[in-house]
Design a protein around this ligand. Sequence first.
Ligand code: HEC
Ligand code: HEC
Ligand code: HEC
Ligand code: HEC
Length: 187
Amino acid sequence: MLKKLFKPSATLSIFTLLVIGAVIGAVAFWGGQWSLHATSTDDFCMTCHSNHSLRDEVLESPHGNNSMGIVVQCQDCHLPNESFAYLRKKIAVSPDLFRFIMTPDFNTQEWLDENRREQADLALSYLRSIDSSTCSDCHSRVYDDPPPETMSRMAVGMHTMNKRRAPEDRETCVDCHVGIVHPYPDA
Ligand code: HEC
Ligand code: HEC
Ligand code: HEC
Ligand code: HEC
């Protein structure tokens, strides 16, 4: 029986093999869709970060405590919407599983406190690499002309100045907005 499995197939036609291949492909595709979806909730993030104060920080910030009653989810800021970029980020973070297992004290508040600056800079450089697109997805009117009436004068001044810069000199959202949710430690 085993031998038969590893022998080139004489009895199965090319057609049958193609059908089997297509079925396996479809299952893998939908399985992938399902797990990408299932892995994108706060609960999923908190399975590894459960002892970190990250979610409480969101709830205490304007992104979790505002007059509109909106609680912004981890992935809304950290994972891009555009599907290809999203997939790339998913693949890029998978070493986190390995690091999670290899760093026994990772899921402790002490680890976060000690490594906050380094982790924050990693998160910031990722956001810079996608031009803070997750922020702009929600805050789509920042560079509107005329600006939204509710925007403070200081904000209008800074955003207008930034918009007038040449594209290569323009700053991205997180260049100016650091520590909006989690406390960003000084060097
Ligand atoms: C399998 C466990 C695991 C899960 C699930 C997980 N993380 Fe992490 N995360 C880690 C580990 C481990 C690190 C530290 C990696 C290192 O040492 O560079 C980390 C670091 C981070 C960082 C900072 C470093 C960086 O590269 O940006 C962010 C931001 C982050 N996680 C966000 C999230 C979000 C958002 C989710 C949910 C979509 C999530 N994590 C789910 C294990 C996990
Ligand atoms: C899911 C939508 C969403 C995403 C994603 C999002 N925000 Fe917000 N943001 C909000 C809401 C809602 C508020 C609260 C508005 C209010 O209270 O009027 C807010 C408030 C703010 C404020 C004003 C309050 C403060 O903290 O100073 C700034 C600045 C801001 N966001 C920047 C950002 C940046 C930078 C990013 C990306 C890292 C981002 N936002 C991602 C929805 C979002
Ligand atoms: C050149 C620096 C700079 C850049 C770049 C920048 N901002 Fe701001 N932004 C400010 C300042 C300064 C304020 C006013 C103080 C505050 O609210 O933090 C502000 C205010 C805001 C507010 C609150 C506005 C209000 O009064 O309603 C939001 C939301 C915001 N910015 C989102 C963004 C987003 C999203 C981006 C990227 C698309 C961005 N900003 C890029 C400097 C900047
Ligand atoms: C409104 C956008 C926003 C939300 C919501 C958000 N983050 Fe972040 N996160 C950031 C930004 C921006 C940074 C970069 C550091 C900074 O500016 O403080 C960051 C940094 C981090 C870091 C690196 C360590 C640190 O404290 O800087 C981790 C880990 C992290 N986030 C995990 C999470 C998890 C888990 C959630 C959900 C419970 C979450 N974040 C929700 C915007 C967000």
